[in-house]
Design a protein around this ligand. Structure first.
Ligand code: F6P
Length: 334
């Protein structure tokens, strides 16, 4: 069987379909290469002395892990010299990072969460990297926060890596969703899922049940009905999964369907997840795979961001279920 690598896939998308430019192709390849180094570092774990806290807090006031800081540095260094970026923004940096003057500047903006699910690092559970690519607004030469405040519908590419039993890269360039597995012997990303599609229906949901007392009424209604099982209004039993790494939960949904929810609630009034480098890239991927992504009343990718590190309620996954939850929100508002 012919094995298609990430490079071959991107060259083909550039040459025959015209969906990526040479600059965007380079950007994606460099990010994917950085994910390989992060995967390598994570796999060494305690042997390399990289587990545990870094002793610092990020802009959100969350304690940074050593690997959060390492992964952020790997992505920064990998992406500053290529000439395709105008600036980058990360969960781990207060402000956008400008491209040093010694390097040429390009047309794209990159946002990323270098290590998603980092509370799972020290317990050897899957973590990942999420990224999103936007175009730098025309005429902007030194992009500040404002340049990044674009709705998710403007993304030109998005992807995520999962550092799990195997290392997986999921990618969309707006032409469906493809998946690659890292072949450590060859050092390359090999396409293992040429067309990822989320089943429209599901019997599985993912939510942190410890927040139940804080949930809004539509979420409580939906989960209550799932829990009622065969004899309840849904007429079927549901299963629950919660890895607490969005990358792993979303990858499961891409593989076999399901709904992932981190809604706004009485404790997380603005939501828990970040819009620009978590909710938007995941929404782009999920929609490209035939699923849906809303914050309750609105499609996530239509939300106009007002802050770089803005949070957002997230409900995404199998289309029919997400639409049902959306209807519960709409009815609740009436
Ligand atoms: O960065 C956010 C994150 O780690 C996600 O990957 C995950 O889905 C969520 O937080 C887990 O939140 P909680 O710890 O509340 O279950």
């Amino acid at each position: 069987m012919r094995r298609v690598t990430l490079t071959q896939y991107l060259v083909e998308q550039q040459r025959t379909k015209g969906v990526v430019s040479a600059e965007l192709r380079l950007l994606i390849e460099v990010v994917a290469r950085a994910c390989k180094s992060i995967s390598h570092a994570i796999s060494k774990g305690a042997l390399a002395g990289i587990l545990g806290g870094a002793g610092t807090d990020n802009v959100q006031g969350e304690a940074q892990k050593k690997l959060d800081v390492i992964a952020n540095e790997v992505l920064l260094e990998a992406n500053e010299w290529g000439g395709y970026l105008a600036a980058m923004a990360s969960e781990e940096m207060d402000d956008p990072q400008q491209i040093p003057n010694r390097f040429p500047k390009g047309e794209f903006l990159l946002t990323y969460d270098p290590l998603d699910g980092s509370s799972n690092i020290d317990v050897n559970v899957s973590v990942g990297t999420i990224f999103s690519v936007l175009r730098c607004p025309e005429g902007v030469t030194n992009p500040d926060e404002k340049a990044f405040l674009q709705p998710g519908s403007k993304q030109v590419a998005a992807g995520f890596a999962v550092y799990g039993p195997s290392t997986i890269l999921v990618l969309t360039i707006g032409n469906g969703v493809v998946g690659f597995t890292l072949d450590r012997d060859l050092g390359s990303w090999v396409m293992t899922e040429p067309k990822i599609e989320i089943p429209g229906d599901t019997q599985e949901f993912a939510i942190n049940m410890s927040n139940m007392r804080n949930w809004p009424a539509p979420v409580k209604r939906y989960i209550d009905e799932c829990l009622a099982g065969k004899t309840g209004p849904r007429g079927k039993d549901f299963n629950m999964r919660w890895v607490a790494s969005m990358v792993a939960d979303v990858y499961r949904i891409l593989s076999r369907g399901g709904v992932f929810m981190y809604p706004t609630d009485a404790k997380h009034v603005e939501g828990r997840l970040r819009l620009l480098y978590e909710a938007n890239p995941m929404s782009f991927i999920v929609e490209q795979a035939g699923g849906a992504a809303i914050n309750g009343l609105q499609r996530i990718m239509d939300v106009q961001p007002t802050k770089l590190h803005q949070r957002q309620g997230v409900i995404l996954g199998s289309k029919n279920e997400v639409e049902l939850i959306g209807r519960y929100y709409a009815e609740n508002k009436q």
